[in-house]
Design a protein around this ligand. Structure first.
Ligand code: GLY
Length: 351
């Protein structure tokens, strides 16, 4: 299983992690936000003395071939070798792009992720998916290659705004749904926004949540089967994310996933007998915390087209991960156009 380290003392844990991966040169990748907010928490470590971070622009629009080339150029200028080590300090964009840069430079150097957003801590930085956007499509080019270590510390979440916390929490709700009623119950009983004040609560929930992902990835690292469980909520969710982007009103990934979960739980009820009382609990949590997405039935053809372009599809059919109950996966499901329209109605019209 991937080495995921939960930290309450990031300086000590990072020193230990750096000592455990033999390397000749050390590189740190930040974006223009994490270099300001997160790097100061680490830079005084003796083992980081003399390390100048490589800084890229933040945000998904910078997850490009050009930014990747800039990182390769910096690695080349710093004389990186196959025995060098890169530390990616940032959200999912930094860990995805940095992981890809490290995996491809001289056919691969070592890397450690220090995710600084809840979304990256619970999902993006764990499990070895790396990559960049290309040709207008998200994460179109990339490789599977796990970081040597992932260091998770809730310290970094103190500066996150409400929306970014909720964005990460949507992936945690997904992990609850695909694992157990017990874990789902504790997530629903918790207001994620209160957990920042109570970091111990969040850290405990995070450890369970990341464990769900680690166990799945360990069994199916290249997404041949079981790993598709992690796609729950994402077939419709990715369509919402692209739709919102096309409309010039982008939404955070986790919000799109939360709305996608509502639609895909509806499909799970109709097609797989998922219990409606559990669905109602999730839907009210999502409504209360995430609000709604603004679209009308005139947008259904666009949303359907976007679902058809999902890279998880095989041939022309739209692939869904659904559930027969909490923790009971039904992989590789399809739905008719009418069922998908009903699911979109369900999110729009409410319970
Ligand atoms: N984010 C889903 C996965 O890592 O497979």
């Amino acid at each position: 299983m991937q080495n995921v380290i939960f930290s309450e003392d990031i300086q000590t844990k990072l020193s230990e992690a750096l000592a455990s991966v033999k390397h000749d040169r050390l590189f740190v990748l930040c974006d223009d936000v994490t270099v300001r907010l997160c790097w100061p928490l680490l830079r005084d470590l003796p083992c980081l003395q003399g390390t100048e971070p490589i800084v890229i622009r933040h945000g998904d629009t910078a997850k490009t071939l050009q930014t990747l080339a800039d990182v390769w150029t910096a690695l080349q200028a710093g004389k990186a070798t196959r025995h060098s080590l890169m530390v990616n300090l940032g959200g999912g964009m930094v860990t995805d792009l940095g992981g890809f840069a490290a995996s491809t430079f001289k056919r691969g150097l070592h890397y450690i992720n220090i995710p600084t957003t809840l979304l990256a801590q619970v999902d993006a930085s764990v499990g070895g998916k790396t990559g960049i956007n290309f040709g207008g499509l998200k994460n179109e080019i990339g490789v599977f290659n796990e970081a040597d270590a992932v260091l998770i510390d809730t310290l970094f979440l103190r500066t996150l705004d409400r929306e970014n916390l909720l964005s990460g929490y949507a992936e945690m709700l997904k992990h609850g749904l695909i694992s157990s009623r017990e874990h789902l119950g504790e997530l629903l009983a918790t207001d994620c926004l209160d957990t920042v004040a109570a970091e111990g609560t969040l850290a405990a929930l995070l450890a369970t949540s990341v464990g769900v992902k680690q166990r799945i990835v360990e069994q199916d690292p290249h997404e041949q089967g079981l790993r598709k469980a992690l796609n729950l909520g994402h077939t419709v969710g990715h369509a919402f994310e692209s739709f919102a982007m096309e409309q010039g009103r982008p939404i955070l990934h986790g919000y799109a996933v939360a709305f996608g979960l509502v639609c895909e739980l509806y499909l799970s009820c109709v097609k797989c007998g998922f219990p409606t009382d559990v669905m109602r609990q999730i839907v009210s949590y999502i409504r209360e915390h995430y609000g709604t997405l603004d679209y009308s039935c005139d947008d259904y053809p666009t949303l359907f087209r976007l679902m058809q372009h999902d890279k998880k599809n095989e041939g022309d059919t739209i692939n869904f991960t659904l559930l027969a109950d909490v923790g009971q996966l039904r992989l590789n499901q399809t739905a008719s156009r009418q069922e998908i329209d009903e699911a979109l109605d369900f999110l729009r019209d409410g319970l």
